[in-house]
Write a protein that binds this ligand. Sequence first.
Ligand code: SF4
Length: 261
Amino acid sequence: MTDGRLSRADRRNLQRDDAAFLARPLAMGGDPRSLGAHLRRTVRLLQDRSARSPCSDAVAHITALYEKTVPDHPQIACRKGCSFCCTQNVAVTAPEAFFVAAAIRSDKAKVAALLETDETLRGMTAEDRLGHVLCPLLEDAACSIYASRPLACHGFVSVDLQACIAAFVEHQAPNIPMPQANTNTLYATRMMLKAALRLIGLDDQTYEMTPAVALILRTNDAEKRWLAGEKIFASLPGDPPIPPQFDVAINQMAAYVAPTL
Ligand code: SF4
């Protein structure tokens, strides 16, 4: 590295190393070069203006990484047709909202259902909604955008069906036991997505999925404008700030990769 920048030879070596790490799951708590490779890849995908939806490509990479990394757990209670948890608010970053919007845009019935739920949710708190207003993307008790569902939906798994029924049907205080590895993988991949956004100066705030996707569907050229820096989500309340330790960790991830971009 010279003057804080990679030499041509360094860059070639890095690309070769990255190719090997990109083929593998994320090294959780292990080799930082794994994190670096996937973070660089995510940044490049977000920056690829020749892509139809750079956000979708970046999120597809991150969600595939989540699935490739998370270990199998023998006691997961979640099954197709079980959708008790799909009345929760779903926190999404803007790229995840664009990914969902791209997945449903050509399906008039899904778009109509989502816009209708957006109206229903106005003025409701997350607690009001829980157990009462279903996600508009649920069809026959199954997720109709399973491959494009947000990271939070990938990561929300339970090892106790009764605990889900207690929380989402009987309205008891939620206490859903989840495997620690799933939670850790969710945090690591979401933080990586946030670090990629920070590295290119984009908003990494999360929003409730339904209003964010509805806003995208109602806005011309929403993704292009957001990628160009326009604050198209300014009218949405946004989720509360993340805990400071996560904020620090995301900045550390970004700082680790910044000199190599
Ligand atoms: S996106 Fe799919 S998994 Fe997530 S809440 Fe909606 S229906 Fe459920």
